[in-house]
Design a protein around this ligand. Structure first.
Ligand code: PHB
Length: 368
């Protein structure tokens, strides 16, 4: 658990590419499944939720799919249609009006999906690897219902190019919607990660085989997004050694290879999702040191962090900021509570996914 009440380096400012954060307590991306159906459109309820959390040094939004086939859960918002851009504009305006900053997390789930979410289209991946991942469909009661994902279809080289172009469109849309930054979701066994991992990528072309080839898709996405907007507006999330969605392997060498490439491209941040929240061997300080040496930009740590862990790693100069998930669901004013040593509200898991304002915008602030 968090141990609030410390007067700490977490409340110093931090430069992240083109943006200055007033504190280092960030809101992690959190799937909440409350976009408007049909159309997967961000709405005023979501704007109120993010507005309440604008005290974060930076908000990273829930994953927002870059295309219809990139969707893996019911009622997650998209960022490919004009209507969705208008919806996101409500959210960025609300956060900015409260003095906050917000990054859009660009998401393609790849094989972690289901035909009923993608408009009848078979989910896609690096290879047609059978893996029983779980998608979240909408049940008859409108509430989330888990289902097995089908075996995906392998993307052709032409389809890889059009998927990369979808990321570029999403980045332009994020800029046009008023976001401060974008975060490419390269973690947790979703599409980018499916190309990186040997368990999911069995390709024999230039996108598979060697470490360099398996990294090619990720770097093409990075290049497309930075060309569409700017490297100093772009970051990426990775999850080395994480076992979520079945991609556990010793991929620390891949993470360091990527970090060097991200550094050469001037990416604003790496968001390091550590295995602790969902399984896999914990990262060690030796790896963090190598990551720090390989990469010049800001490093965010996340994944069941305690306040002490964040303090220790910032003190050792191994990370620059920490992202909290569940504590931010339950505490809209989390940075203020940590700063003043106030008590924290407990999150209620039953209302994490789907539903309405209950368990979403009704957690009290200290002043409420
Ligand atoms: C989830 O919905 O459980 C989820 C989504 C995206 C992630 C991790 C977990 O990166």
């Amino acid at each position: 658990m968090l141990q609030p009440g410390v007067n700490s380096s977490l409340f110093e400012s931090l430069s992240v590419g083109a943006v200055t954060l007033p504190n280092r307590v960030l809101m992690a991306p959190l799937t909440r499944m409350r976009a408007t159906d049909p159309g997967d459109v961000p709405n005023p309820l979501m704007a109120e939720y993010y507005r309440q959390r604008a005290g974060a040094g930076l908000i990273v939004t829930e994953g927002t799919q870059i295309s219809p086939v990139g969707k893996g859960n019911m009622d997650t918002p998209g960022i490919y249609s004009d209507e969705q851009v208008e919806g996101w504009r409500l959210i960025t305006d609300a956060v900015h009006a409260e003095g906050g900053r917000i990054a859009a997390q660009l998401w393609h789930v790849g094989r972690v999906s289901h035909e009923s979410l993608t408009g009848g289209v078979q989910p896609v991946s690096a290879s047609a690897t059978e893996y029983r991942s779980r998608a979240t469909l909408k049940g008859p009661d409108g509430l989330p219902q888990r289902a097995d994902s089908p075996t995906p279809r392998r993307l052709s080289v032409e389809e890889i190019a059009s998927t990369v172009a979808d990321y570029a469109r999403a980045a332009r849309n994020a800029r046009d919607a008023g976001f401060d930054l974008v975060e490419i979701h390269g973690a947790h066994g979703y599409l980018v990660h499916q190309f990186l991992g040997t368990a999911s990528n069995h390709r024999e072309d230039e996108y598979g085989g060697s470490q360099e080839n398996r990294a090619r898709f990720a770097l093409e996405v990075v290049d497309a997004v930075t060309a569409a907007w700017s490297p100093d507006r772009t970051g990426i999330r990775i999850s080395p050694q994480g076992s979520f969605n079945g991609l556990d392997e010793d991929d620390l060498p891949m993470a360091l290879h990527l970090a060097g490439e991200f550094s050469r491209r001037g990416l604003a941040f790496i968001h390091l999702s550590e295995p602790d929240w969902a399984g896999g061997p914990a990262l060690q300080d030796d790896f963090r040191k190598e990551l720090r040496a390989a990469y010049d930009g800001a490093i965010f740590g996340a994944g069941a962090y305690t306040f002490e862990k964040a303090e220790r790693l910032i003190g050792l100069d191994l990370i620059d900021a920490v992202a909290f998930g569940r504590s931010f669901i339950a505490n809209p004013d989390l940075p203020e509570r940590l700063r003043t040593g106030a008590e924290l509200n407990a999150p209620v898991p039953a209302t994490f996914y789907g539903g309405d304002a209950q368990g979403y915008t009704d957690y009290p602030t200290l002043t409420a």
